[in-house]
Write a protein that binds this ligand. Structure first.
Ligand code: GAR
Length: 218
């Protein structure tokens, strides 16, 4: 059984998707938030999952916070640490400590649009496709070997909320998938890239969601 700790900062809908996926061979050992009021904590408690708060405002600097966070995580001896909408920049030391077992989801097709406000920036730039990425975490912000991406169309008339909702629906598909692959021991790093142990399945590492009228009238 692989033990997983999930870090959240807010709503926690990605955490919820992973919990609901009920991945065979995986146990969610704890959900930890850096914000006491994070909505996702309620869901975790209601599902009998241990919750903890490591409040970043109670720590003098990033290093002190990361040390406290690491101590909280290590109590659960996780095989995998999942950043599910965890909105803190982590120190190099923290990232190194969990190297190879730290997954993040980011709401863009990395390496495009790292950082904040990804949907607004995608709309402003005029890209025709947008999406989300699950990746192993490295010391660079929103960077690291890519596990799976979901691609969605940007549609005429989209505003930030509409695009965010379309992307989020796909986040809820690809994040549990990435965790499942990790738990099954199928993710391997080769030259800084992620490969699935079963070559046939490489196709599954990009999930393309067509526009509603795609194919019609072709
Ligand atoms: C998600 O869209 C996730 O991709 C994003 O925060 C949201 C959290 O939603 N993460 C980042 O921007 C990290 N750079 P959730 O709390 O409902 O899962």
């Amino acid at each position: 059984m692989k033990s997983i700790v999930i870090l959240i900062s807010g709503r926690g809908s990605n955490m919820e998707a992973i919990v609901r996926a009920a991945i065979p061979g995986a146990r969610i050992a704890a959900v930890i938030s850096n914000r006491p009021g994070a909505g996702g904590l309620e869901f975790a408690r209601a599902h009998g999952i241990a919750t903890m708060v490591v409040d970043h405002t109670a720590h003098s600097d990033r290093a002190a916070f990361d040390a406290a966070l690491g101590a909280a995580i290590d109590m659960h001896e996780p095989d995998l640490v999942v950043l599910a909408g965890f909105m803190r920049v982590l120190t190099d030391g923290f990232v190194r400590r969990y190297e190879g077992r730290l997954l993040n989801i980011h709401p863009s097709l990395l390496p495009s649009f790292p950082g904040l406000h990804t949907h607004r920036r995608a709309l402003d730039s005029g890209v025709k496709v947008h999406g989300a990425t699950v990746h192993f975490v490295t010391a660079e912000l929103d960077d690291g070997p890519i596990v799976i991406q979901a691609v969605v169309p940007v549609q005429a008339g989209d505003d930030e909320a509409a695009l965010a909702a379309r992307v989020l629906a796909q986040e809820h598909r690809i994040f549990p998938q990435a965790v499942r692959w990790f738990v099954d021991g199928r993710l391997q790093l080769e030259d800084g890239r992620v490969v699935l142990s079963d070559a046939v399945a490489q196709h599954g590492m990009a999930l393309v969601v067509p526009a509603p009228d795609a194919g019609a009238g072709a």
